[in-house]
Ligand binder design. Structure first.
Ligand SMILES: NC(=O)c1ccc[n+]([C@@H]2O[C@H](COP(=O)([O-])OP(=O)(O)OC[C@H]3O[C@@H](n4cnc5c(N)ncnc54)[C@H](O)[C@@H]3O)[C@@H](O)[C@H]2O)c1
Ligand SMILES: N[C@H](CO)Cc1c[nH]c[nH+]1
Ligand SMILES: [Zn+2]
Length: 433
């Protein structure tokens, strides 16, 4: 049964404590990464047998498999995938950043170029559930950014990938797909194997093994964020319906035994009714075992003295998803500082964001929303900057640069400027005037 805690200084630590990575995950993951570095494809095939029910004949999904999958997917589902894809595309298109150039007067040009990454790896989870929605969420921003090559990895159950995943990949425009999941897939993307090319950046959510693997390979490749087991924190006032609040909590608890669902309310009565509703709804959930374990181990209901304190608690926890189930939710929006994605009002279940609304569902978890952002087009580009000076412009800046370099004791820096002023270079000879 879920715990109800009242907010006071005595149980502060209990309120802010969250589910932690089970012991052993770190070591297991570092062993897996080492194996993949040394044995490459052969290690991947062994892990497919160990964790995913069997090794595929080939690690890469063929064009023919994708074609057949698309044909066997219910046309109604293809329509829904396309609708979701349109909404995600529309939202993420607003994230495009532009290069800029500053043409300063007197022969100075500075600027910044935005360039897409060459090759990225998308992790699409597939252990206890298949996530075609995550294919769209990961791939569409990469497409919009203009990434040249998009590689996807996902666990193949008994050597095959669910048709809905392949159909979503076709709709979103993934270039190559490999049937491997877990820490071993992350290692393959980070270091490369005989069949899986090394990528520049790995993005996407996954379970604790996947999140830990991304942490461990960071530095050899870039990663988007730590997007581990799902989390929801709901702030609900006394007018909320307990059945709706409980349903929203369970929508995230059913993802993973390590997922966490928290309710913060100013109403002790709502707290009690949500507790009963959770029990009632859990008993009829097909994924009851996973959801119950999440609710009993990581779930909690916190009774706060008022909604202002509820918001402070939410900011402290920095949840992946935050639902503001209150009247006039926009009144509170500016006070939210740390959350991955915020759902405003009583008609806005978090599942809207998982599938249809358009904002991304790959979001920072484990409190990393304090410093990380949702997956976006920004994750798939990088910048470089450039500078151009004419000789006259350099002459005008020379004294300051030479003085600055002397202050740092770096005379070669100073000389690289003075030596140019001594040379007989005429403005305009380099084509920029
Ligand atoms: N934060 C987000 O944006 C977001 C979005 C969607 C899903 N999720 C989360 O993604 C996760 C999906 O988890 P999943 O398990 O269904 O799929 P998954 O693909 O993340 O993990 C499955 C893989 O885990 C590995 N694994 C399982 N047990 C292992 C063990 N004992 N030792 C080593 N490796 C092991 C296996 O390689 C397996 O292929 C959930 O936690 C869900 O909450 C998060
Ligand atoms: N809620 C998950 C992110 O934590 C995303 C998802 C995909 N499908 C259903 N839910
Ligand atoms: Zn979800």
């Amino acid at each position: 049964m879920i715990r109800i805690l009242s907010y006071n200084e005595m149980n502060r630590a209990d309120i802010f404590q969250r589910s932690t990575v089970p012991t052993g995950v770190e070591d297991t993951v570092s062993r897996i990464i080492q194996q993949v570095k040394e044995q490459k494809d052969s290690a991947l095939l062994d892990y497919c047998t160990q964790f995913d029910g069997g090794a595929p004949e080939r690690l890469e999904v063929s064009e023919e498999e994708i074609r057949q999958a698309f044909e066997s997917t219910d046309p109604q589902f293809i329509k829904v995938l396309k609708k979701a894809s349109d909404n995600i595309t529309s939202f993420h298109s607003c994230q495009i950043r532009n290069s800029f150039i500053q043409n300063k007067s007197s022969g100075i040009v500075v600027g910044q170029k935005i360039v897409p990454l060459d090759r990225v790896g998308l992790y699409v989870p597939g252990g206890t559930a298949a996530y075609p929605s995550s294919v769209l969420m990961n791939c569409i921003p990469a497409k919009i950014a203009g990434v040249k090559e998009i590689i996807m990895v996902t666990p193949g159950k008994n050597g095959t990938v669910p048709p809905a995943i392949l159909s979503a990949a076709k709709i979103a425009g993934v270039h190559r797909i490999f049937k491997v999941g877990g820490a071993q897939a992350v290692a393959a993307l980070a270091y490369g194997t005989e069949t899986i090319p090394k990528v520049d950046k790995i993005v996407g959510p996954g379970n604790a093994f996947v999140a830990e693997a991304k942490k461990q390979v960071f530095g050899s490749v870039d990663i988007d964020m730590i997007a581990g087991p799902s989390e929801i924190l709901i702030i609900a006032d006394q007018s909320c319906q307990a059945g709706q609040v409980a349903a929203d909590m369970l929508s995230q608890a059913e993802h993973d035994k390590m997922a966490s669902a928290v309710l913060v309310t100013d109403s002790p009565r709502l707290a009690e009714s949500v507790r009963s509703e959770l029990e009632r709804q859990l008993s009829v959930l097909p994924r009851e075992e996973i959801a119950r374990s999440s609710i009993e181990n990581n779930g909690k209901i916190i009774v706060a003295p008022n909604l202002e304190t509820a918001i402070d608690i939410a900011n402290e926890i920095a949840p992946e998803h935050l639902e503001l189930c209150v009247d006039n939710p926009f009144d509170y929006l500016d006070r939210i500082r740390h959350a991955g994605s915020v759902f405003l009002g009583k008609n806005c279940p978090e599942a809207l964001g998982d599938y249809m609304a358009g904002p991304n569902h790959t979001l920072p978890t484990s409190g990393t929303a304090r410093f990380s952002s949702p997956l976006s087009v920004d994750d798939f580009v990088k910048k470089y900057q450039y500078t151009y000076y004419t000789k006259a412009a350099l002459s005008a800046a020379a004294d300051d640069i030479i003085y600055f370099a002397e202050q740092e004791g770096l005379s070669a820096h100073a000389r690289s400027v003075s030596v140019r002023l001594a040379e007989d270079l005429e403005d305009g000879k380099d084509g920029m005037g």
